[in-house]
Design a protein around this ligand. Structure first.
Ligand code: HPA
Length: 243
């Protein structure tokens, strides 16, 4: 049984009644919300709503440092992030659950490192593989056990938001090798690595990315697809293997 940090994104702001809610302060500020403890499957989860439970914090204003530091403070051993993303390449249609293995960071102006004042050691983390192979393997095993289809692998482009992309930006991301596009995996993944917390993401494809469908991307459609997919995310969490 492991203690797992779970960062819930768009469409996953709530997770029923927690066993415990804890307000955590960090030297980087307050995390997005109280941390909620759940016992599910054979694991303890500390859930944090990345955008706050009322979904009021946009991607560029999330205090990613406070969030990761708060999860470290309550003693999580690894982190699973849930992200709503757009699908760019054909494998990643709306409704697909993906376990990306690469990312490209297009964000800017976000507090992106704990190495940010004289008291903190300068770190040049190794980040060739931004998502942890062991955590990803656990998710693949959970998917097989739960009978949930997942696309394993894929490169996630992380844009600044909060606006959605232009069609030309999506064409550029495709040329750059991105299969998926989201707004919140960076600096989250790098900060987890700085604290040596193994981190992987369940990327839920909520829509085909901008310009790929005749209809414009709407938040209503994103929310509806997320609502539909979230049961499968729970099934994965319930079937995470013991280790
Ligand atoms: N682009 C960026 N972020 C997203 C998208 C998208 O199309 N869908 C959900 N999050």
């Amino acid at each position: 049984m492991a203690v797992i940090g779970l960062v819930g994104g768009t469409g996953f702001d709530h997770w029923g009644e927690p066993a415990e809610a804890r307000v955590v302060a960090t030297r980087w500020g307050a995390p997005s919300d109280a941390l909620m403890r759940y016992e599910a499957g054979s694991h303890t989860f500390w859930f944090l709503a990345r955008h706050r439970r009322d979904h009021s914090i946009p991607p560029h204003r999330v205090d990613y440092r406070a969030n990761i530091a708060a999860l470290a403070k309550v003693g999580v051993e690894r982190i699973i992030a849930v992200n709503a993303v757009g699908g760019i390449t054909e494998r990643y249609d709306a409704g697909v659950l993906a376990l990306p293995d690469q990312l490209v960071d297009y964000t800017w102006g976000r507090a992106q490192t704990f190495s940010d004042d004289d008291d903190e050691p300068l770190q040049h983390i190794e980040f060739a593989q931004p998502f942890d192979a062991v955590v990803r393997a656990g998710l693949v095993a959970a998917a097989a056990d739960a009978g949930v289809a997942v696309e394993t692998g894929g490169c996630l482009g992380v844009t600044q938001g909060p606006r959605l992309e232009t069609a030309a930006e999506i064409r550029r991301l495709r040329r750059d090798g991105c299969d998926l596009v989201g707004m919140t995996s960076m600096p989250e993944a790098a900060l987890a690595r700085e604290l040596s917390l193994p981190y992987a993401a369940i990327a839920v494809v909520s829509n085909r990315a901008a310009g790929l469908e005749a209809e414009p991307v709407t938040m209503e459609a994103i929310s509806a697809t997320m609502a539909n997919a979230i049961g499968r995310v729970h099934a994965l969490l319930d079937h995470l293997p013991d280790d």
